[in-house]
Design a protein around this ligand. Structure first.
Ligand code: SAM
Length: 253
């Protein structure tokens, strides 16, 4: 174990790469999130139905939600909820010693909060990808991404990444996983975007972690895909709501 930037414990990956025995295990967690999936919700935001991302929506309903939130997303999240996950995830990537011209994918980039922080930190080769065109449109205004493209993390997107002729030196994915969709079973797909051994940093909403049973499901899902959990760190998520996130450092190959 090490001590993280934020004083929490990091679980290192030595005993996290599981063998074949775990392969084929059904992921734990309650896909429907149980009857209590939406028992915790951030405070209501104007006329937005903020329960949608926490209530196992079909992806098209989730996209309608983000379409209606895109323009106010940044101010709502940062001001009202104290959203700090991008700050802490980018701080973590900066400890990895990547060169400033490392090619980094911000998967599920949303409005580009992580991309903006990465650019400020000096990274010059950033791409962003997200399923929501409205969120991507806001991100585009930042001017920090070389490419911004459509990506659905619930489908096999390896062919799309290969079409671009690029795998990345690092991937960051902030604020996308927790409740779902996308679900824990979709997580290994993200490894196809990274070159072998490259760091893939993914945050998982801490409330979603508990509600959806990530403690039981994560390791078997990773093992089945031959993905190593190099580190797991507790970081800030929505500080005004007392919600933390788990930051996963994943490696493959
Ligand atoms: C809470 S926002 C996080 C955005 C950004 N990373 C941040 O930290 O501000 C979740 C993002 O995930 C995107 N998303 C949800 N489901 C997705 C999927 N299946 N594939 C790709 N992006 C998805 C949404 O469009 C939204 O932009």
């Amino acid at each position: 174990m090490e001590v993280s930037l934020w004083g929490d414990m990091i679980v290192t990956g030595d005993d996290k790469k599981c063998g074949d025995a775990a392969k084929g295990n059904k992921a734990g967690g309650d896909r429907a999130g149980g009857d209590n999936a939406a028992e915790w919700l951030p405070p209501k935001m104007r006329d937005l139905d903020i329960s949608i991302p926490y209530s196992n929506p079909p992806t098209d309903r989730l996209m309608d939600f983000y379409a209606s939130w895109a323009e106010n997303y940044d101010t709502d999240l940062i001001d009202a909820y104290g959203y700090m996950a991008p700050t802490d995830a980018v701080a973590a990537i900066m400890t990895l010693g990547l060169p400033s011209d490392a090619r980094i994918l911000d998967a599920g980039c949303g409005t580009g909060q992580a991309g903006a922080l990465l650019a400020t930190a000096g990274f010059t080769h950033l791409d962003g990808a997200d399923l929501s065109p409205e969120m991507r449109a806001v991100a585009a205004r930042l001017g920090v991404y070389q490419r911004l493209y459509h990506l659905d993390m619930t489908t096999d997107y390896a062919p799309q990444i290969v079409d671009f002729g690029r795998t990345y030196d690092a991937v960051i994915c902030v604020g996308v996983f927790g409740y779902g969709p996308p679900y824990v079973e979709d997580l290994p797909r993200i490894m196809d975007a990274a070159r072998p051994g490259a760091p893939v940093l993914v945050t998982v909403n801490g409330r979603g972690w508990e509600k959806m049973g990530w403690d039981d499901s994560l390791i078997p899902v990773l093992a089945a895909a031959d993905v190593t959990l190099a580190a797991r760190t507790r970081i800030r998520h929505m500080v005004k709501e007392g919600v933390h996130a788990e930051l996963l450092d994943l490696r493959k190959g």
